[in-house]
Design a protein around this ligand. Structure first.
Ligand code: NOJ
Length: 563
């Protein structure tokens, strides 16, 4: 098995390399990564102190979920001031320090941009409330009169993604019932009106603020939601809105949104060093997702179709090929993602029967889930393009499915959405070291952690897994090192399927020079015998390879090379 390489990252200031086309991007959820000041909440200095871990893991870039000034109604996705770091995460100097240290280590930094909505504490919204109906500043949001004789009914039938109506009625400055405002998410997250010039100008300025501080790009929250259909028409019998899985409707994926990204593309181009935009855009098809990454728009879009695919050979092959086919005409790299802060971790999804979606509350069969998760991760890292890792998946963490109600913070949980309401389970602070909570997350002995960590996590910590043969962490380290060093594991469109038994995925990747890379994935629950295709590089599970034939254990991925 190949050992991890040490820090051979491209220098930050190197000439154009299209670094993002094959990058492995690690998502840090700041609340839950590392807590330097001992208050139980992760922070920017904590992240900075752990950057060497990410460098050694072998990722190329780090995406930070929001750390801006926020009342935390939606864990920071309700931003009150886009240019200020929330004191719970540190200061702007801490952010500058983090960016500088990351660059020194050869890591790039992406920050989260939340342009669809802000916090109800944002200065514009507060002014809009204060000034009342007729105020020009209300035009920057979607304020409307209600329906019904006294305006007592919401202006249309849209429901919020988190449950309940997507409209909240305001009070006039004199205390009488007033206009309603639109919020696709929580009431504390009013939607901006992107038809308004000031909104567009303000976000141009926010982009430049962070680009000036040296960030390498942005993950763009709800990138498909900024523009709504003219007149905000009723949904009618159209399916209600969700975080993932919406088909076409008046709130999402409107054609007008692309003009915004064409503008942002010109802003990125003003800066040296290949700055990028990554769309969190759920579109009904992969072809429509590809619209966000046309050459004059953003650079990457999350592949939620892939994330939502069950552990089944047929659907996996279909979504992989479908993704490559959809991205080819626009020349964008495919992206692959299995977990993030909004869905049940894949070790738990795959521990349960297929077809339960991305929000699962059952722990399921843990050993099965981990075995499949490891196989799925090794498959993902073998695919052409860019891959996303969510903090803790490299440790094989499961979701925490038994959090007591009193510790939960996900707004969707309280609004009874019935879906997307159990996101706290994937947000539990990660274990670094030691044998009891807080497992080194809080860098103070016996310190608190904002969500309780399970007792069984001692064995899953970074410390416990480091150097342990066969641990999930060492598997990721080896895989990421090989991804860098094997000549055929570069490129964005060099995958060819090879004939294989039922339930087995088998593909090769080639480069002009050098050995061929091959990947076999047994997606079934029984061992399958195959002709040994080359020399084994690594496997997700203990596998004995034979000269002529190899038995692939159930739920196992093996990487091979021809030389
Ligand atoms: C998507 C984010 O990933 C999620 O955490 C958030 O709740 C919504 N957008 C609203 O900002």
């Amino acid at each position: 098995m190949t050992q991890p390489l040490v820090a051979t990252h491209p220098a930050h200031a190197s000439p154009a390399t299209d670094w993002w086309r094959e990058a492995v991007i690690y998502q840090v959820y700041p609340r839950s990564f590392a807590d330097a000041n001992g208050d139980g909440m992760g922070d920017l200095p904590g992240i900075t102190s752990r950057l060497p871990y990410l460098r050694d893991l072998g990722v190329d870039a780090v995406w930070l979920s929001p750390f801006y000034s926020s009342p935390q109604a939606d864990a920071g996705y309700d931003v009150a001031d886009y240019r200020v770091v929330d004191p719970m995460f540190g200061t702007l100097d801490d952010a500058v320090e983090l960016i500088g240290e990351a660059h020194r280590l050869g890591l790039r930094i992406l920050v989260d941009l939340v342009p669809n909505h802000c916090s109800d504490q944002h200065v514009w919204f507060q002014q809009a409330l204060r000034e009342g109906p007729g105020s020009r500043i209300r035009e920057r949001f979607h304020f409307r009169d209600g329906k019904g004789p006294a305006g007592e009914l919401a202006p249309n039938d849209w429901e919020s993604v988190f449950g309940g109506p997507a409209w909240t009625r305001t009070k006039n400055p004199d205390g009488t019932p007033g206009e309603w405002y639109l919020h696709l998410f929580a009431p504390q997250q009013p939607d901006f009106n992107w038809e308004h010039r000031s909104v567009r100008d303000e976000f141009g300025s926010i982009l430049r603020f962070w680009l000036d501080l040296g960030v390498d790009g942005f993950r763009i929250d709800v990138a498909h939601g900024l523009v709504k259909a003219d007149g905000l028409p009723d949904l009618g019998d159209h399916e209600r809105m969700r975080l993932l899985g919406n088909d076409a409707g008046p709130c999402f994926d409107q054609d007008g949104v692309h003009e915004i990204y064409r503008h942002w593309n010109t802003v990125f181009a003003e800066y040296a060093g290949e700055r990028i935009g990554v769309a969190e855009a759920w579109a009904p098809t992969l072809e429509r997702t590809a619209n966000y990454v046309r050459p004059d728009e953003l650079h990457q879009a999350f592949n939620f179709q892939y994330l939502a695919t069950a552990w089944q050979a047929g659907p996996l092959r279909e979504v992989i090929q479908g993704t490559l086919d959809a991205m080819r005409p626009v020349g964008a790299p495919a992206t692959w993602v299995l977990s993030n802060h909004d869905v049940t971790r894949h070790a738990t999804r795959f521990a349960n029967p297929p077809g339960l979606g991305t929000q699962i509350r059952e722990a399921g069969d843990r050993a099965l889930g981990l075995r499949r998760a490891r196989a799925a991760s090794l498959l993902m890292l073998a695919l052409p393009g860019s891959a996303y890792i969510y903090q803790g998946e490299e440790l094989g963490l499961p979701d925490v499915t038994d959090l007591p109600d009193e510790v939960r913070q996900d707004p969707a949980y309280f609004r009874g959405a019935g879906q997307d309401g159990f996101r706290d389970g994937c947000r539990v602070p990660i274990p670094w070291s030691g044998t009891s909570a807080p497992y080194g997350f809080t860098q103070v002995e016996d310190g608190p952690s904002w969500l309780p960590q399970p007792e069984a996590w001692a064995d899953l910590s970074v410390e416990a897994q480091t150097g342990r043969d066969g641990s999930t962490l060492e598997m990721y380290r080896s895989a990421l090192a090989l991804r860098r060093s094997h000549p055929s594991l570069g490129g964005t469109d060099n995958l060819r399927w090879l004939p294989s038994p039922d339930g087995v995925l088998f593909f090769e990747r080639t480069a002009e020079d050098g050995p061929t890379f091959l990947c076999t994935v047994n997606v079934t629950d029984t061992p399958v015998t195959i002709d040994t295709p080359g020399k084994a590089l690594m496997a997700s599970n203990h596998t004995t390879t034979g000269n002529a034939q190899t038995v692939l254990p159930a739920d196992t991925t093996v990487w091979w090379t021809t030389a």
